[in-house]
Design a protein around this ligand. Structure first.
Ligand code: ADP
Ligand code: CIR
Length: 362
């Protein structure tokens, strides 16, 4: 697209967003002022990527009900369009009053032994999962990855997994080698991502699909790496029980092995970089699949407790899905401004509090 075409699309997108009188709550809408639009419309990140504001904001221009409405197209987007990204990041992560230059401190896994099994009697928790996102230094994020780069990223990850050890030993399957039925079955078991999130579709996440996408996992399906879904890598540890400590330990060890052969994109202010501003910092989401039948009868109280405990409730199939058969996905809401340990501990404390509240109703 020529600069003129970009300009035209940006102006039309902005007009459609700001003309909407019903959906007014996205952070893109809140922070993209006419002055910033004017300033950024024809600016790009460096060659060869040359990402425009439009490449970052197209999803929010189209989906006015977005929470955020913007993705970074590459590392530089966070700085080149910084006057837009920064207040969005601060507000989403509750860092409005943080005046420090550094919003995310160095990685700190803390004392893994303090993280425990949250439901040893297996009464409430069906499974536990922690995922972190990583993007390989030197490559743009999904909105601007070329077809060749999708394949290069996949090759780099595949090579890095070859030295995995112990319970992390597994194999890599490229998505093109999985028939539709097997994919569906794996999605249902929560070990494979699926294509289709409309916010990501518009942002360009599924270009060249299934090229360069795939999944690495051990035979027990407790350590997985999703390749070229929303981020270059989603590193995942899971267990079919409430043993958060076990899941955490396996995640940390797996990541540290990968760090021996891959260098990940980091930002001096935001920490680990992800394509979506909501995942910056630790990029860590620790979740349980949990049934709380009695608390679940009072959704307002549950929502208020979750809010108070800084937890997010998602549906059984993940973000933007419904709760089926009472199985909720409850995770830490915050990702930035806290250490990895603090976030996992906050999920632990929050789930313990919810289980206690459930038991009081029994
Ligand atoms: P992400 O966690 O990567 O932000 P999603 O919310 O879409 O993205 O979740 C990805 C997948 O992980 C979905 O299939 C979801 O059901 C599954 N999942 C999340 N938490 C758990 C859990 N505690 N146990 C089992 N599966 C889970
Ligand atoms: C949005 O802005 O709503 C989508 N791009 C998804 C953002 C990430 N999820 C979230 O805030 N819950």
């Amino acid at each position: 697209k020529s600069p003129e075409e970009y300009q035209e699309l940006t102006m039309a997108g902005y007009k459609s967003l700001t003309d909407d009188e019903e959906n007014v709550s996205s952070l893109l809408r809140k922070y993209l002022t006419p002055e910033l639009l004017e300033e950024y419309m024809l600016v790009t990140t460096s060659a060869p990527v040359e990402a425009y504001l439009y490449d970052c904001a197209v999803s929010g221009f189209e989906h006015h009900d977005s929470t955020v409405g913007i993705y970074a197209a590459d590392v530089e987007s966070y700085d080149v369009f910084g006057k837009l990204f920064d207040p969005i990041i601060k507000e989403y992560h509750g860092q409005e009053d943080n005046d420090s230059d550094v919003l995310q401190k160095d990685t700190d896994w803390g004392n893994v032994d303090e993280i425990e099994n949250l439901d040893a009697e297996r009464k409430y928790i069906l499974s536990t999962r922690i995922r972190i996102a990583r993007n390989i230094e030197g490559y743009p994020f999904f909105p601007k990855l070329t077809e060749k780069q999708f394949i290069e990223v996949e090759d780099r990850v595949r090579a890095a997994t070859e030295t995995m050890d112990g319970e992390h030993i597994g194999s890599y399957i490229t998505l093109a080698d999985l028939d539709a039925e097997t994919q569906q079955e794996m999605v249902k078991r929560h070990i494979l991502f699926q294509r289709g999130d409309e916010y990501l579709t518009t942002a360009g996440c599924y270009r060249f699909w299934p090229t360069g996408r795939g999944v690495y996992h051990n035979p027990a399906e407790t350590f997985l790496i999703w390749v070229n879904e929303e981020d270059h890598m989603r590193i995942i540890s899971m267990a079919q029980c409430g043993d958060l400590g076990d899941v955490y330990n396996r995640l940390v060890n797996g990541l540290q092995e990968l760090e021996k052969s891959l260098t990940f994109a980091r930002h001096p202010r935001y920490g680990n970089l992800s394509a979506c501003p909501t995942n910056l910092g630790t990029t860590l989401r620790a979740s349980v699949h949990i049934r709380l039948p009695l608390l679940g009868k009072d959704p307002d109280r549950l929502a208020a407790m979750a809010e108070e405990l800084q937890l997010q409730i998602r549906g059984t199939g993940g973000e933007h899905t419904a709760i089926e058969d009472g199985v909720m996905d409850i995770s830490n809401k915050r990702r930035l401004g806290f250490t990895e340990f603090e976030l996992v501990k906050s999920l632990q404390d929050g789930i313990v509090a919810l289980i206690n509240a459930e038991e009081e109703l029994e």
